[in-house]
Design a protein around this ligand. Structure first.
Ligand SMILES: NC(=O)c1ccc[n+]([C@@H]2O[C@H](COP(=O)([O-])OP(=O)(O)OC[C@H]3O[C@@H](n4cnc5c(N)ncnc54)[C@H](O)[C@@H]3O)[C@@H](O)[C@H]2O)c1
Length: 259
């Protein structure tokens, strides 16, 4: 179902976003990739091009409305349409609420939640005119349970989940399918920096079961759940609220499953 589709992936310079972009390309998508960090993003472009797929890229700050409008415009200018949006750009700032300053709070909400609204607005307008589209947002298991030292992250991701839920209801009549996926703990730069502090790590192990098993980024990018995912004998995807990307993309437009 991915072959020939035109996809836009944010946060594609590394981690989960890069994993999704490469798996889309391996399965026949042309992919436009975006990130704030240009040099590694260009490596992603080279890897996708080497797979024989068309790929464009843009340096963006996903919290900027001008950047998000321009990103959707450039994707459509290159490919002629936009079938799939996967929004993986995000940030985590681990500290206690007492130590967090308001500017830091605003930045996390802007990068994680405001960006999701902006992309939904501009990508959604294009998809409505096509009468077809798939949007996948990434929230987090932590957004349901909450986590000490990650209050703003959890709050922003809970917002992403409910934004996706609301969009799914709003856009279904336009043949646009919206979902959010809630990863457990994936082995990326984000999680490595979060787990550096022994006290935080020890606390998270106590309150958050998914953090006890750390998965590779391909767990979410691989559309058939093969490769690395199959080699993890105790992945326990349901229990950990994992959903493979293709499950979301295949769901009927009226069916929303929140992870
Ligand atoms: N790694 C996990 O365990 C985990 C768990 C749950 C949810 N998530 C979510 O998955 C998504 C991807 O996380 P990851 O682990 O791959 O993180 P990561 O830090 O490895 O990658 C995030 C990417 O987003 C980009 N980015 C950050 N701010 C940006 C901005 N303002 N504009 C454009 N790009 C920006 C970064 O440059 C980076 O390439 C995030 O939304 C994260 O919250 C991750």
């Amino acid at each position: 179902m991915l072959s020939g589709r035109k996809a836009l992936v944010t946060g594609a310079a590394r981690g989960i976003g890069k994993g999704i972009a490469l798996e889309f390309a391996k399965n026949g998508c042309d992919v436009f990739v975006a990130d704030i960090d240009l040099p590694p993003l260009e490596k992603t472009v080279a890897e996708i091009t080497a797979l024989g797929r068309d790929c464009g890229c843009l340096k963006v700050d996903v919290s900027s409305e001008d950047d998000m409008r321009s990103l959707v415009e450039k994707t459509v200018a290159r490919f002629g349409r936009l079938d799939i949006l996967a929004h993986a750009a995000g940030i985590l700032r681990s500290c206690s609420v007492a130590e967090q300053d308001a500017a830091d709070w605003d930045r996390v909400v802007a990068v994680n939640l405001r960006s999701s609204f902006l992309l939904a607005k501009y990508a959604g307008a294009r998809m409505m005119s096509q009468k077809y589209g798939k949007m996948v947002f990434i929230d987090s298991c932590a957004s349901k349970t909450g986590e000490a030292f990650n209050a703003v992250y959890c709050a922003s991701k809970a917002g992403v989940r409910l934004l996706a839920h609301s969009l799914a209801l709003e856009l279904a009549e336009h043949n646009i399918n919206v979902n959010s996926i809630a990863p457990g703990t994936i082995d990326t730069d984000m999680i490595r920096s979060c787990l550096q502090g022994a006290a935080v790590r020890s606390h998270l192990r106590g309150v958050s079961p998914p953090v006890q098993r750390i998965h590779p980024p391909e767990t979410h990018g691989h559309p058939r759940g093969g490769g690395q995912a199959r080699r993890l004998p105790r992945l326990r995807q349901r229990r950990l609220h994992h959903r493979r990307l293709d499950e979301h993309l295949r769901r009927p437009r009226s069916a929303l499953r929140m992870c």
